[in-house]
Ligand binder design. Structure first.
Ligand code: 13P
Length: 249
């Protein structure tokens, strides 16, 4: 089955209300290219205003708690994000694994919470540069997949994002051969876990994707879209990536 490409933007901790103006151009590009899925994950405070500004564009969150409610000061539940209008939630981004010490078990709990509340979970995995240099990248990443993906996951609510930590925000990207090898390894691990359904699960690449390299990266086998940081902050930079995905569909 052909997997629809998903081009998702992760604004991280960037953007205020005035930044939502960028969404109009992105929304227009998404409508002009209905053969690809487009999503933007702004800071949580901007989810509801973003949905109000561009009701047709899929808006997502960048994290959720694994519990539905409780004494977790400062955290947001998947149900709250859903109520704010989110369609997706990124879980287990390497910045959270590093800064907040999130474990695979935490990430799996968050993905399960997302599913309970009707959100698509974008589960992030990726090796550090030390791990790649040691030749451990595939072992590290497939073990993150094994630990972070809920059992029984299906493609209608699970997306994987492979983001090598050393490629995030650095302008460096892996070779296309390395991307192909890792995406194939991730799919093989998913097949062990969820059987034939693994064929339907989208595996995004993330890490310094931009308008210049997107066409090549998105054409790699088993690359079903992109998770874009810096280049998603402006419509001018993000739209060429959407177009590159659309051209391959
Ligand atoms: P950059 O595209 O800025 O490298 O960030 C990638 C990323 O971390 C998306 O989640």
């Amino acid at each position: 089955m052909a997997r629809r490409k998903l081009i998702a933007g992760n604004w991280k901790m960037n953007g205020h209300l005035d930044h939502l103006r960028e969404l109009h151009g992105i929304d227009k590009a998404a409508k002009a290219h209905p053969q690809v899925d487009v999503a933007i994950c702004p800071p949580a405070t901007l989810i509801a205003p973003a949905v109000a500004r561009v009701p047709g564009l899929a808006i997502g969150a960048q994290d959720c708690h694994g519990a539905d409610k409780g004494a977790h000061t400062g955290c947001l539940s998947a149900a709250m994000l859903k109520e704010a209008g989110a369609h997706h939630v990124i879980v287990g981004h390497s910045e959270r694994r590093a800064d907040q010490g999130e474990t695979d078990a935490d990430v799996r709990g968050k993905a399960e919470a997302a599913h309970r509340h009707g959100l698509t979970a974008i589960v992030c995995v990726g090796e550090t540069e030390v791990e790649r240099d040691a030749g451990d990248a595939e072992v590290v990443v497939t073990s993150q997949v094994a630990g972070s993906v809920p059992s029984g996951a299906t493609a209608d609510w699970l997306v994987i994002a492979y983001e090598p930590v050393w490629a995030i925000g650095t302008g460096r990207v892996p070779t296309l051969e390395d991307v192909a090898a890792m995406h194939a390894a991730i799919r093989a691990k998913l097949t062990e876990m969820i059987g034939d359904e693994a064929e339907n699960v989208r595996i995004l690449y993330g890490g310094s994707m931009n308008g210049d390299n997107a066409a090549d990266l998105l054409a790699v086998d088993n690359v079903d879209g992109g998770l874009v940081g810096g280049a998603s902050l402006s419509a001018d930079k993000f739209i060429p990536i959407v177009e590159a995905g659309a051209a391959l569909a």
